[in-house]
Design a protein around this ligand. Structure first.
Ligand SMILES: C[S@@+](CC[C@H](N)C(=O)[O-])C[C@H]1O[C@@H](n2cnc3c(N)ncnc32)[C@H](O)[C@@H]1O
Length: 233
């Protein structure tokens, strides 16, 4: 049965409470596999295409908030190499184990810098062009979300992008089918379903961005499982 998805569920995900590095690392790598299967990186890379087109030749200084093990940053590194774009990539995450896994898989070029810390206490060392996040905002309450959006709006010089799940029965149903055949860790499967229940609809984002006083944001459903919020300055 599909649970009631009309309101955001107040459920806790288990992965952040794992204490064994081996198990956490396996979960992170399984999460990367989930992201590949559900095409999670695609909307963020498309957003970067737009930023790159608007700002030809410029070195892009990019921050990925709540970067986990840096899966998105590695995709961005590949994106930049393919296009011959100069990028400076930073990943920020609260969990030191996430950063440890990220460092293990860091490409030699372009360099990815990792910082362990809380985004709400973070001051960038140098001005940022683009701020990104993936699968992070559903961890926040409405008040924190408004604060996060305003921080991105005042900090990112060229734009920011939120990539998160869609609270909808189709992604929920699709993921349950996938999880029945994929060899993913049970914590990853259970957290993914909880994440969908904690995530947003386009109507939620319209309300929250209005509350943050933001104009000119683009809210979109992205097949198969997500809603994105884009801001190009
Ligand atoms: C579901 S994971 C997403 C990881 C990665 N972005 C991805 O798409 O695979 C959520 C991440 O948010 C991080 N996180 C939660 N609260 C945070 C905060 N206040 N500041 C920085 N990172 C935070 C957690 O440590 C966790 O790694």
């Amino acid at each position: 049965m599909i649970p009631d998805l009309t309101e955001r569920a107040n459920l806790v995900e288990a992965m952040d409470d794992l204490t064994s590095y081996g198990e956490y690392r396996r979960c992170m790598l399984d999460l990367d596999s989930v992201s590949r299967v559900v095409l999670a990186h695609r909307p963020t890379l498309r957003f970067l295409d737009r930023i790159a087109e608007k700002n030809p030749g410029k070195t892009l200084r990019i921050l990925d908030v709540a970067c986990g093990d840096g899966t998105m940053l590695r995709r961005i590194a590949g994106w930049a190499a393919k296009r011959g774009r100069e990028v400076e990539l930073t990943g920020l995450d609260l969990n030191p184990m996430a950063i440890e896994v990220g460092c293990e898989f860091r490409p030699s070029k372009p360099r990815i810098r990792y910082v362990t810390g809380d985004v709400f206490a973070y001051t960038p060392e140098a001005p940022l062009d683009v701020i990104l996040s993936a699968h992070f905002t559903h961890h926040l309450g409405d008040g924190e979300l408004v604060r996060f959006l305003r921080w991105m709006e005042s900090t990112a010089r060229l734009g920011w992008f939120v990539n998160d799940l869609h609270r909808h029965r189709n992604p929920y149903r699709m993921f349950r089918v996938l999880a029945a055949v994929a060899p993913w860790h049970p914590v990853v499967v259970s957290d993914a379903l909880i994440s969908i229940r904690r995530a947003f609809t386009t109507e939620d984002w319209a309300r929250i961005t209005a509350e943050a006083g933001l104009l000119g944001v683009e809210i979109a459903e992205e097949f198969p499982a997500r809603v994105t919020v884009a801001r190009l300055v």
